[in-house]
Design a protein around this ligand. Structure first.
Ligand code: UP6
Length: 260
């Protein structure tokens, strides 16, 4: 569990977007990433507009949104700019470098952050680093999926360790890791993004496994918690998002204070 405050950690980030994220978390008092897994662009933009104030990352799967277009992405980007959050495309790239480089083109105009599986080796990181430079002058970064929240996944302890090692030479583009355990993060300048967070249930019918915000921020050591259905399926999404934001922030404060 990294207990150094975000304000200090931002100074250790070799990745520009990681530094910005640490500052954003402190300014907004939010460790919340919304998983906006909805099927229409109307719902997508409405979630961004109404929940923007309570989150630091708006995470999407563009391929779930039936009418997704570059125009919708542009609208999402202006909401992100006015409400101060980053956009993550959870594409989980996992192919040979050249394919990833080409696939990235659809996301480069609007996704601040993307996710990658380290499975193919460092070619994916090399490809994205090249693609970032080729496509934009804005800061871009990746989160590496070093562990998964779903049951029976095939990731081993060695795989996780090797993912972290692989990322060492790419610290300028690696903002952090998607993982479930605090011992993954070796550098205070990188962030732990942890999905599988829900207050009211501990699984779904398709293998997802949930923990409570306290467990995720305390024991598991998350810096940012990813919440999807816990919020977007709630009756009152604004009140629910605020509630998650508060509980996560308090759990983070406890982690920092208990260490003193
Ligand atoms: N996600 C996980 N677990 C992982 C990696 N990513 O759940 O290990 C992503 C899913 C989904 C979100 O792709 O978008 O986080 C979780 O949504 P939920 O809270 O509705 O289960």
């Amino acid at each position: 569990r990294i207990i150094t405050p975000f304000s200090v950690r931002s100074q250790h980030s070799k990745c520009v977007l990681a530094g910005q994220l640490f500052k954003m978390i402190e300014e907004k008092k939010s460790n919340l990433c919304l998983a906006a897994d909805v099927t229409s662009s109307v719902e997508l933009l409405s979630l961004a507009q109404t929940l923007g104030p309570y989150i630091v990352i708006f995470k999407i799967h563009a391929d779930i949104v039936k009418d997704f277009s570059q125009e919708i992405a542009g609208k999402l980007r202006s909401i992100a700019q006015s409400q101060q959050f980053l956009i993550m495309e959870d594409r989980k790239f996992a192919d040979i470098g050249e394919t990833v480089r080409q696939q990235y083109c659809s996301y480069s105009p609007w996704a601040d952050l993307v996710t990658v599986h380290p499975l193919p080796g460092d070619g994916v990181l090399k490809a994205l680093k090249t693609a970032f430079t080729e496509s934009t002058s804005e800061p871009r970064a990746v989160f590496i999926v070093a562990q998964l929240s779903c049951q029976n996944n095939l990731i081993t302890t060695d795989y996780t360790k090797d993912s972290v090692k692989m990322a060492e030479s790419y610290s300028d583009i690696v903002a952090g890791f998607v993982c479930q355990s605090s011992d993954v993060i070796q550098s205070v300048g990188q962030l732990q993004l942890t999905p599988g967070v829900n207050i009211s249930t501990d699984n779904d019918s398709l293998g997802q496994q949930y923990s409570s915000p306290d467990v995720v921020m305390g024991q598991k050591g998350a810096d940012i918690a990813v919440v999807g259905r816990g919020i977007i399926k709630a009756k009152n999404i604004v009140e629910t998002a605020k509630n998650y934001q508060t509980i996560l922030w308090e759990a983070y404060q406890n982690r920092i204070n208990h260490s003193r």
